[in-house]
Ligand binder design. Structure first.
Ligand code: FAD
Ligand code: NAI
Length: 466
């Protein structure tokens, strides 16, 4: 049978566009179908990139106003223009929108805009406001991403009740926000608005912030964010919402069983995201999903239909852009007949707060649950000369290692540039290195990376500076 394309990718987020480029590089005839007029998906348009852009602007402002005096720098009449920050963010996004389009042209990936829906295993219909087209392919890669979750009694309106998408394009800084869910989105966007002068109050269901993190980092992060004037209510559950003249009133059941009301100009819901497969007609063609709506796949990304593969936020695993990208590359390589695999334990996660968090591998709690012979040690940034020169010595590097074999099992960093530093730990886990390997490799002085080396030295034998 002849098909229009070897591979049609549905969705142009970091999973989809990367899969499309790699498949084309490997000689396949590829199309990528995107329902929005711009490429890049959640990550580029309403996720990673706009949030990091606003985090950068607000951190700069916060550092000038809070730390410049320590460096002997006086800044008078400091002010900021919120609309300029938003414009800058938009420019960063647009640059990359065009960049992906350019990469598609360069690699001969056909860019198609419209909403895809399956007619059969090998054919989709692509709908736009003005027309309907059909496209056939030997293989399909589903990469349709995720959408924010809300409550039945608290529906997103992006006016008073915001998702991250609404929070990333507000016309002005609100006076106050109640953030429901102190997970990654909550603490990142909460930090942005807190730094810009908004009163930020968190209501979190669990007993800690960013629950998947090693508990030592969760505790340290909460303390640092509290010192920046953010307020946390843990083990609290929102049960009711009412609109008020000035904003919104949320009632929560608190950890002691009492009911407490919180009023703010806006509420922001960051209680997780759901896989988005609406309108694809997966049921119609027999592609199965699990009870949470994730598309079921095998070890080679194949769904319950052999020629249809799925990657990124619509399949189980961390909802991270780089996880989607890795899956995109491996999936394309498998379709081109190569063998490829992902080491999921070596996928890092970064929280772009100040201090920043970088984590990879097993947490201490997980190593304990797994009954491993593990050790865990911390090296504080207070004992790192670069961090002291920067005036950013809050935090530490924690390594979890196998006490018998000395293999590195996990690394958990809270401190400046943790997101960059974690790459070394990720490489070490990918390559099965030991703490001795890292402890005996020379790290430049004075750098933050010495803190990771020293933590590994402590795990191996004894650190020099503690
Ligand atoms: P998506 O990026 O969601 O892309 C899916 C695409 O498919 C969309 O463009 C959508 O329009 C399209 N689509 C859907 N249905 C159809 C259809 N029927 N036909 C055609 N097209 C369709 N991750 C990180 O790693 N680091 C971060 O710093 C980070 N920050 C984030 C900040 C925020 C505020 C949010 C919300 C998320 C963040 N993430 C971050 C998560 C990251 O954005 C996602 O994990 C990533 O975008 C998932 O990629 P994906 O390719 O699976 O899907
Ligand atoms: P999340 O899963 O990180 O956090 C959700 C939080 O909401 C959790 O702490 C959870 O306990 C809490 N929660 C759930 N139900 C609740 C309720 N009823 N009341 C109060 N709290 C409740 O999800 P989030 O922050 O929405 O982010 C979604 C995804 O986007 C994440 O999985 C993350 O991987 C990704 N992301 C990644 C970023 C990064 O890598 N830096 C940045 C932002 C998002």
């Amino acid at each position: 049978m002849n098909f229009d394309f070897d591979v049609a990718v549905i969705g142009s987020g970091p999973g989809g566009y990367v899969a499309a480029i790699r498949a084309a590089q490997l000689g396949l005839k590829v199309a990528c179908v995107e329902k929005y007029p711009v490429l890049g998906g959640t990550c580029l348009n309403v996720g990673c990139i706009p949030s990091k852009s606003l985090l950068q602007s607000s951190e700069l402002l916060y550092k000038i106003s809070h730390s410049s005096k320590d460096h002997g720098i006086q800044v008078e009449n400091l002010s900021f223009d919120f609309s300029k920050m938003m414009e800058r963010k938009q420019k960063v996004i647009q640059g990359f929108n065009q960049g992906i389009s350019g990469l598609f042209k360069k690699n001969k990936v056909q860019e198609i805009h419209g909403t895809a829906s399956f007619i059969s295993d090998h054919e989709i219909e692509i709908n736009t406001d003005s027309k309907k087209e059909k496209l056939s392919a030997k293989y399909f890669i589903l990469a349709t991403g995720s959408k924010p979750i809300d409550f039945p009694f608290l529906k997103l309106d992006e006016e008073k009740i915001l998702s991250s998408t609404g929070a990333l394009s507000l016309p002005k800084v609100p006076k106050s926000i109640i953030v429901v869910g102190a997970g990654v989105i909550g603490v990142e966007l909460g930090s942005v608005y807190s730094r810009l002068g908004c009163k930020v109050t968190f209501i979190e269901f669990m007993d800690r912030v960013c629950p998947p993190l090693d508990s030592a980092l969760s505790k340290a992060l909460k303390k640092e964010l509290e010192a920046q004037n953010m307020e946390f209510h843990l083990k609290a559950k929102v049960t009711k919402a009412e609109m008020s003249n000035d904003g919104i009133v949320l009632t929560a059941e608190m950890s002691d069983g009492s009911q407490k009301s919180f009023e703010a100009e806006k509420a922001m819901l960051c209680i997780g995201r759901r896989p988005y497969t609406d309108g694809l007609n997966l049921e119609g063609i027999g592609v199965e999903k699990d009870s949470k709506g994730f598309v079921k796949i095998d070890d080679n990304f194949r769904t319950t239909k052999d020629n249809i593969l799925a990657i990124g936020d619509i399949v189980a695993g961390p909802m991270l852009a780089h996880k989607a990208e890795e899956e995109g590359v491996v999936c394309a390589e498998l379709l081109a007949g190569h063998s490829a695999k992902i080491n999921y334990l070596a996928i890092p996660s970064v929280v772009y707060t100040d201090p920043e968090i970088g984590a990879v591998g097993l947490t201490e709690e997980r190593a304990k649950e797994m009954n491993l012979n593990y050790g865990a040690v911390n090296f504080p940034y207070k004992a790192n000369s670069r961090a002291r020169c920067m005036g950013e010595d809050a935090g530490f590097v924690k390594v979890v290692f196998d006490t018998k074999t000395k293999h590195l099992l996990g690394t958990h960093i809270i401190g400046p540039h943790a997101g960059e530093l974690i790459a070394e730990a990720s490489l070490a886990i990918t390559k099965g290195l030991t703490v001795t390997d890292i402890a005996t490799s020379c790290h430049a002085h004075p750098t933050l990376s010495e803190a990771f080396k020293e933590a590994c030295m402590q795990a191996d034998f004894k650190a020099l500076h503690i």
